[in-house]
Design a protein around this ligand. Sequence first.
Ligand SMILES: [Zn+2]
Length: 183
Amino acid sequence: MNIKKIKKIREGEFKSLLKNVPVAGDEEGIIKIYDRRFNLMGAEYWTAGFFNILDKIMKKGAVGILYNSGYEIGKIHFNWLKGIGIAAEEEFIGKYLGLLKFCGYGNINIASFDENRVVIVAESSPDGIEYKHIYKKKRKVCHYLKGILDGFLSSLLKKELTSEETKCVAAGDKCCEFVAKVK
Ligand SMILES: [Zn+2]
């Protein structure tokens, strides 16, 4: 796996989206990326505020709901990119990270990649930063982002991966870090 190539593809995809996709709704209130509907959501309520609300209602179940929702969405995103004709692994990951960057997830980098263990660093997770900003309680909060990355990589590598968020900006770290391992 060529990590530098992934970063280059991520930047290319980000710049291409920036050039070709409107960042606000048109006259009909529609935003489309790769012909799919998108809508803007504030990080303060998706997912930082949503996590806070779920946490009050569900207690520990909140983590599982966000993670598992993300996981299923990550798988859907993989199939979606597959449908537009992407084949190489680096291109899959690079384009997905470019899309996430375009959607406001900041710079997400692959720090190391081998068959059974992938380390991912998110420099400015919107979930983590908004949670820290609003709720000020030190904890790891990027369960949705962790889920979409796990779901996406599990589909790509054709094995079930599960991550631990080893660092989180909301817990006081400089960045968020996810260590994904084969289950
Ligand atoms: Zn985090």
